[in-house]
Design a protein around this ligand. Structure first.
Ligand SMILES: Cc1cc2nc3c(=O)[nH]c(=O)nc-3n(C[C@H](O)[C@H](O)[C@H](O)COP(=O)(O)OP(=O)(O)OC[C@H]3O[C@@H](n4cnc5c(N)ncnc54)[C@H](O)[C@@H]3O)c2cc1C
Length: 450
């Protein structure tokens, strides 16, 4: 692929592609530790294809499964830049404060992240070495012979431009990969014959929920089949049950087909014991003592699980039946999908990717392209053969980052960390330090050469 020569000789410390919660994560970590302005002085180019920073959570018509307080925590940090203090008094922040210990609606979280994003955007004009490119799409990334990286971007101007940096952070958000998943031996979801199919990513949007309401209204006793047993599946069940048409659902008309029971979050072991929830020592976070801190279902997904499981002090929910996917033969599953009024695959996320070329102009296949983890433990993007790209980092929904126990993770957790708090804290810290490490190594090499 051809790419234009850099439009200027400016070399950035880092080019961040994507201005959602992932892309903002390392900057917000730096902001909390009083390091944002010095990083902007080194030179950061932030590329976002829409006109705003803050991401895409506003699409969804459900509540957050993180407490409101987890979004607000950054504002109270000691290093928070004075120029961003006004966020503490912003009306949207004040509204979020009402959800300090509860679960705010995602559209409100999105509004808040938009305010945070605007405050970050307002920092750029004061730092001549940095540049914010809104309404600009990053088209490709190129590893250069000299170890630097070039990113081809296209905004309002007629021709694409090339920016050069010592590192790049790729934060394009997630994509769902259910089409490639096997529902049963020999049966891919994409090959199932279904009347209506809405993957969780679509179902949970405002439009998706309106469509589901219509489908349920006309279901005439047919099942609504949710496939999956983690956060999205139980969030989907909760969201479906809130729809006006759900009042007429019969017992067991919503079916959750899961491979294994979900893990459930509890603030401590006493709470789990009081709820008769079975757990092991390995489910307890070493740092916080919470049960299933990283992998447990929270929020409304947890509420509905407790109702389905008939836990104490909740009204039992009998419109949902939970069945084991492996109890179905391939033909039974095919039939169940075909008969259902609606099928909802809830099978998780992988990172969205963009073309990356090596220094010979060859396009690399990335791990994320083949539905693997996009990154290693230091957030380096991985090529399909497992080779980390030393100065290209990945963060955000579906990146496959596996937190360490030191980050406050239960030893039994095998999943990926998809959380705004993690992007702004542990994961953001990893990327910031890696980027600064590259700068330090370069300075040392220059000093040795001199
Ligand atoms: C339904 C749902 C609910 C969730 N709830 C929570 C929750 O309660 N708490 C929590 O912590 N996490 C939650 N998550 C997980 C995750 O933290 C969020 O999805 C978060 O918004 C991910 O941020 P992101 O930056 O990776 O993606 P996005 O928010 O999608 O941002 C990606 C950005 O990249 C831009 N972009 C994409 N391609 C390009 C390109 N080529 N050039 C330039 N810009 C580009 C997009 O315009 C976008 O602004 C949820 C996820 C889902 C799907």
């Amino acid at each position: 692929m051809c790419w234009a020569e850099p439009h200027s000789h400016r070399e950035y410390s880092s080019i961040v592609v994507g201005g959602g919660p992932g892309g903002l994560g390392p900057l917000l970590w730096a902001a909390q530790h009083g390091l944002m302005e010095s990083w902007l002085d080194q030179g950061v180019a932030l590329i976002e294809r829409t006109g705003r920073l803050g991401g895409t959570l506003g699409r969804y018509g459900i509540n957050s499964d993180s407490l409101g307080g987890s979004y607000l925590e950054c504002l109270a940090s000691a290093g928070w830049p004075a120029a961003m203090h006004h966020l503490r008094r912003d009306p949207v922040t004040l509204e979020m404060q009402q959800y300090q210990t509860s679960y705010p609606p995602l559209p409100l979280v999105n509004q808040y992240m938009g305010r945070v994003g605007q405050a970050v955007a307002d920092m750029f004009p004061g730092h001549a070495n940095s540049a914010l490119h809104l309404h600009t799409t990053a088209q490709s990334v190129h590893l250069l012979d000299d170890g630097r990286v070039a990113v081809v971007i296209h905004g309002a101007e007629e021709r694409p431009r090339t920016l050069v940096a010592r590192s790049a952070v790729i934060a394009l958000g997630g994509r769902q990969h259910w089409r490639d998943e096997m529902a049963a031996p020999g049966l891919k979801f994409v090959d199932c014959d279904t009347r209506h199919l809405l993957a969780s990513n679509e179902l949970l949007t405002h439009d998706g929920l309106a469509q589901a309401d219509e489908i349920i209204r006309n279901a005439a006793g047919r099942s609504i089949v949710i496939v999956g047993g983690a956060h999205s599946a139980y969030a989907a069940a909760w969201a479906l049950l809130q729809l006006p048409a759900a009042a007429s659902l019969a017992n067991g008309q919503i079916v959750i087909l899961q491979r294994r029971p979900p893990r459930i979050f509890y603030p401590d072991s006493a709470a789990a014991i009081a709820d008769s929830y079975p757990f092991e020592q390995g489910d307890i976070c070493v740092r916080t003592k919470r049960v299933n801190r990283m992998g447990g279902i929270r929020g409304h997904g947890r509420d509905i699980w407790r109702q389905i499981a008939r836990k104490p002090n909740v009204s039992p929910e009998s419109r949902v039946a939970v069945l084991a996917l492996q109890d179905f033969s391939t033909s039974q599953l095919r039939e169940t999908m075909a008969e259902a009024a609606l099928v909802v695959p809830c099978l998780g996320y992988r990172s969205a990717t963009m073309p990356i070329f090596d220094s010979t102009g060859q396009q690399l296949t990335l791990r994320a392209d083949i539905n693997g983890d996009a990154v290693d433990g230091d957030c380096h993007l991985l090529a399909a053969d497992g080779m980390p790209l030393h100065n290209i980092f990945g963060i955000g929904l579906g990146s496959g980052f596996r937190p360490t126990q030191a980050m406050g993770c239960e030893p039994n957790f095998r999943g990926q960390a998809n959380s705004l708090w993690m992007y702004q804290n542990d994961i953001g810290a990893v990327i910031y330090r890696e980027i600064q490490g590259l700068a330090d190594a370069r300075q040392t090499a220059a000093a040795v050469a001199a």
